[in-house]
Design a protein around this ligand. Sequence first.
Ligand SMILES: Cc1cc2nc3c(=O)[nH]c(=O)nc-3n(C[C@H](O)[C@H](O)[C@H](O)COP(=O)(O)OP(=O)(O)OC[C@H]3O[C@@H](n4cnc5c(N)ncnc54)[C@H](O)[C@@H]3O)c2cc1C
Length: 513
Amino acid sequence: MQEEFDIIIIGSGLGGLVCANILAREGKKVLVLEKNQQFGGNLQTFSRDKVIFDTGVHYIGGLLPGQNLHKYFHYLGIADKLKLQRMNPDGYDFVTFDGDKNEYPYAQGTENFVKQLTKFFPEEENAIWQYVEKMKEICESFPLYKVEANENPVSNEDLMSLKASEVIHELTDNPKLRAVLAGTNFLYAGIENKTPFYVHSLSINSYIESAWRCVNGGSQISKLLIKEIRKLGGTVLKHKKVISISANDLGEIEFVKTSDGNSYKGKQFISNIDPKITLNLIENFHLRKSYLKRISEAEDTVSSFSLYITLKPDCFPYLKHNYYHFKNEIKVWTSVNYEEKNWPEGYMVSFSAKSDNNGFADGISVLTYMQYDEVEKWKDSFNTVAEKDDRGAEYEKFKAKKTEILLNELEKKFPNIRDCIQSTYVATPLTYRDYIGSSTGCMYGFAKDADFPMRNYLSPRTKIKNLFLTGQSISMHGILGVTIGAILTCSELIGRKYLVDKINLEYGKRKNS
Ligand SMILES: Cc1cc2nc3c(=O)[nH]c(=O)nc-3n(C[C@H](O)[C@H](O)[C@H](O)COP(=O)(O)OP(=O)(O)OC[C@H]3O[C@@H](n4cnc5c(N)ncnc54)[C@H](O)[C@@H]3O)c2cc1C
């Protein structure tokens, strides 16, 4: 007879692995099915010229003992095993502009954040205090952000409909300070007059609490989570692309099929993949048109053009901070909806952290927005580990042209950079689409809209009793956001209070030991 699992999880992104870890701890027989050669989704790393590059984890917040992610990761059995490097206390991020020599810091610690930024805006100390206090207040109203079990404030329309750009605008009349406070909005693909302030706050506040890089890449998170899942008796399989999710006559999902011809039977199912694609895979069940429409029409966040640079030895300094650079202050909010002729209007720069650092960087990642439309003409070509890049010469020319434009921009900020470059590699929205399996290669799942706060706020519950969702389109994106989203998903199965109490209880034991 075919083996039956308690829980089958489709996709081994962070959300899927956190769910598997939590439910395996409950004694559930868990199976994770991943389509790729490498587990982890956006936690995947790759290496070129022996340099390890991250694809979707350049830094993480909230990992000091006592902080939120540390508590969650402790429960998952990985907090003290991670190899991390603390970023610069007085500036883990710097916002910079063409033609302005100042580098505006985001420092760790609330007081230090205000202190370091006030050095550049002595008249604005009050506004900067108000900014951090407001962010904290918003974060505090999300119980799971504080590892507490109360319900989320999704019904608090006032809170959910505050707009990031408006809140910042109201705090100060100083255009430069406004641009600096909004300057890391690449972290959530912020759109002016649209992105809610809670998305801004939940994305940024945990870095102010503490900011870290993963030494030798973020894939250590997925590796450690999988080790725990297997230790707890769970099964995690790669090269298992789920091609259908089949319901029985009672309207419950019974099994999933994978592209290698296998099928896997389960009692409950969690999808960690793009919710739009999840719904397309469902067979023998008629979902209500309104539900289908809401999900299929949900707006994706923009995608990224990522340039990975390997560097000549001992040439470019290793910096324990990131840059968010813009052509000018106005571009802080417009770079996401760039005009092609002005691309890129801003970019983010991060450095690969390695254990044997000698003061010089061996790799730089440069990330900037790219709309899916720009690569749509190659949409029928695929690039996976199994199938070699077959997008053709025109696509290669496109990538080379964009690389050159981005390097020209980069040179304005780092004049000597070209002398230090060994080689460059590129990821486009199609690369993200193919490696993650999302519809448009979007960076952060569904975009949130303060004017319609509930529209893209997806519940982990679906209209099918035993099918649940997890991942970055649920609740929030990012390492912290997706972890909290997985807690929400598992809460549907085992109860929120029960789970959060257990997390806190385990953490209490750590402190007392
Ligand atoms: C460019 C970029 C930079 C980022 N930087 C940061 C950062 O610095 N800090 C931070 O906190 N966050 C960052 N993020 C966000 C963060 O990485 C993501 O929010 C998070 O990792 C998403 O997790 P997820 O659970 O949604 O799974 P995903 O990463 O979306 O993974 C989904 C998994 O499902 C698999 N899958 C898809 N279809 C199928 C199928 N049919 N069958 C089986 N498996 C399937 C995929 O292969 C993949 O492994 C970044 C993201 C991007 C794109």
